[in-house]
Design a protein around this ligand. Structure first.
Ligand code: 8ID
Length: 349
């Protein structure tokens, strides 16, 4: 398979706003041991990419950086020692680019907390380029029946919420509450939750997000701008949600989640608003016996399972496809909270 030596990538050299993203000519990488070179066809834009650009998390970002970690494409070259993948395979390139495989966490299948983890579009260059390097063990094979543009948002948003829903411990028929339900992660969480027979209270704002949630059969929509969130959630769920997935980028959602939680329930922290602290009242946390559980993306098996829901038609990412060159505009819209579902970039445009 032929490919060029050079390509265009969206690079930032310093943290800040979308004006810092430059489209530059960069060399196409050479796959090392256990790596593959993937011709990225589509990539989603996740709020994490905006955090990386702004540099607002307490974890160093590689600079200069090519962001992006919701890539879907085709393997064009395999490095030494790769037997699992071959040229022509359709694969996803994810946030978890690689883990060491040998630490105590990797050994027991908790690869998402491997201390040597490498993150696409954060500690290593990601998918906002035509040719990205991926670890052959971690790249996810995409089923033939799932188009690459559909698979792209699943590669972070889908996997993350699928795993987080399992962590919530919510059972069929019980209430899961989803602040941020109209966003990239949120709209998929509503669908995975419904596919798992949970009842969904979706929290977000505006008619487009309300409609999106209704399309996916969310049971209740609470508008955080016009409703009394805590009271409405308690009332609709008959005493509080059995579990909460915080997917909203507002720290306020964490305070509210602790207040509307049903006694004995689990709050899963997924969104990471810059500088946010858990402002929950320790008294209520204790006497309601609440559990707080962090959830970081998903394992390789979670990735396969999350894609399988899509292949079986149980989950349908809602996205708008835009040219690669519009990435800075996407960041602006995301900052303003104006994206319902996901925006997927077409690298050929
Ligand atoms: O592994 C992980 N833990 C992981 C994986 C992927 C993404 C964590 N994340 C993090 C991102 O870094 C980000 O902090 O999850 C968060 C959400 O990512 P996203 O879904 O990509 O963001 P989005 O599409 O912008 O959606 C955020 C939604 O929150 C709503 C917005 O309207 C938007 O729809 N929202 C806001 I802002 N304030 C809200 C509030 N007070 C709110 N929804 C409910 N209540």
């Amino acid at each position: 398979m032929t490919f060029p030596d050079k390509q265009t990538a969206a690079v930032f050299h310093k943290h800040g706003g979308p004006e810092n993203v430059k489209f530059e000519e960069v060399p196409v990488g050479e796959p090392g041991e256990d790596q593959v070179l993937v011709n990225i066809k589509y990539t989603g834009v996740c709020h994490t990419d905006l955090h990386a650009l702004q540099g607002d998390w307490p974890l160093d970002v590689k600079l200069p950086l090519i962001g992006g970690h919701e890539g879907a494409g085709v393997v064009v070259k395999v490095g030494r020692g790769v037997s699992r993948l071959k040229i022509g395979d359709r694969v996803g390139v994810k946030w978890m680019n690689s883990s060491c495989g040998n630490c105590e966490y990797c050994m027991k299948g908790d690869e998402t907390i491997c201390p040597h983890i490498q993150l696409s579009g954060y500690t290593v260059d990601g998918t906002f380029q035509h040719y990205a390097l991926a670890n052959a063990t971690h790249a996810t094979l995409i089923p033939e029946s799932v188009p690459l543009e559909v698979a792209a948002p699943v590669m972070c948003a889908g996997i993350t919420v699928y795993r987080a829903l399992k962590e919530s411990g919510v059972k069929p028929g019980q209430w899961i509450c989803i602040p941020g339900a109209g966003g990239g992660l949120g709209h998929l969480a509503v669908q995975y939750a419904k596919a798992m027979a949970m009842r969904v209270v979706a929290i977000d704002t505006g008619d487009d997000k309300k409609e999106l949630v209704a399309n996916f059969h969310g049971d209740v929509f609470v508008d955080f701008k016009t409703d009394d969130v805590v009271e409405v959630v308690k009332e609709k769920t008959g005493g509080g949600a059995h579990g909460t997935l915080v997917l909203s980028t507002s720290p306020k959602s964490y305070e509210q989640a602790a207040s509307f939680a049903r006694p004995g329930s689990t709050m899963v922290t997924v969104a990471m608003p810059a500088g946010a602290k858990l402002g929950a009242d320790i008294f209520w946390l204790t006497v309601k016996q609440l559990k707080v559980c962090g959830s970081h993306v998903g394992s390789r098996l979670d990735s396969v399972e999350a894609l399988d829901y899509v292949a079986r038609g149980l989950v349908k990412p809602y996205y708008k496809v835009q040219p690669f060159s519009t990435l800075p505009d996407v960041y602006n819209l995301m900052h303003e909270g104006k994206i319902a579902g996901r925006i997927v970039l077409d690298l050929s445009k």
